[in-house]
Design a protein around this ligand. Structure first.
Ligand SMILES: Cc1ncc(COP(=O)(O)OP(=O)(O)O)c(N)n1
Ligand code: 3NM
Ligand code: MG
Length: 212
């Protein structure tokens, strides 16, 4: 099954991205989503080659944000697609069944559609305001997650759901109580000066039920 913690990369240059990803891998992350917005294809491709080899070295999963064709070309482990990116069923037709396809959702209906179209996991957000992403969908808060996860249970919809958006360490346990599978984090991991401790603490909370 998938790791419960996905690190979403940050950095304005190839060097910053590689540094941040390397640090996250060194600190124990083993799932990286490369998110490098508004860059040339050449730079994005160069970065993807570097991230791929780092993730191979650390035996980590490597998925690409937005760019299905780059994910295919670089033979990444998969791609994460938003509501306005390539459609999930089109991506599935191109990538086949062995690759991971994640889809963004903000509502129960988004999740229903993604599941019908062959999505592997859902990134459900935003939990709260975050400066990491522009043009956020409506904020869900804890009650939004609770309501959507209850509706999924009632309708027997089973797919790993990752909470995303402004998540901090203290949010993890209450979020897990709503029935989500894991979390996707960018800011607090990138900015942490004690990444190894932070990732250990995040994992303790994420896997608390699994260990008991
Ligand atoms: C795990 C995860 N969930 C949601 C998103 C957001 O994707 P998207 O809506 O396409 O926004 P951008 O990341 O492309 O700005 C994500 N990237 N990862
Ligand atoms: C990339 C992204 N997508 C979101 C969504 O709600 O779909 S929120 C978000 C940013 C996640 O980064 P941070 O942990 O720094 O808030
Ligand atoms: Mg996107």
């Amino acid at each position: 099954m998938y790791n419960k913690l996905q690190y979403i990369s940050q950095g304005n240059t190839i060097e910053e991205q590689l540094y941040n990803i390397h640090q996250a891998l060194d600190a124990g992350c083993n799932w990286v989503q490369m998110r490098f917005k508004d860059q040339s294809f050449k730079d994005t491709f160069t970065l993807a080659e570097g991230v791929k080899s780092l993730c191979e070295e650390y035996l980590a999963n490597f998925i690409v944000n937005d760019d299905l064709h780059l994910a295919e070309q670089i033979a990444a482990d998969g791609v994460h697609l938003g509501l306005t990116d390539t459609k999930i069923d089109e991506a599935r037709a191109i990538l086949g069944t062995t690759k991971i396809i994640g889809g963004t959702a903000n509502t129960f209906e988004d999740i229903e559609n993604h599941v019908k179209n062959g999505c592997d996991y859902i990134g459900l957000g935003p939990f709260r305001f975050t400066a990491t992403k522009e043009k956020l969908s409506p904020i869900l808060g804890l009650s939004g997650y609770f309501d959507i996860l209850q509706k999924m249970k009632k309708n027997k919809i089973e797919i790993p759901v990752y909470a995303i958006g402004g998540i901090t360490l203290r949010d993890v346990s209450p979020l897990m109580e709503t029935g989500i599978y894991g979390i996707a984090i960018s800011g607090i991991i990138t900015e942490s000066t004690e990444k190894e401790i932070l990732i250990q603490q995040l994992n303790e909370k994420l896997y608390a039920k699994a260990i008991v």
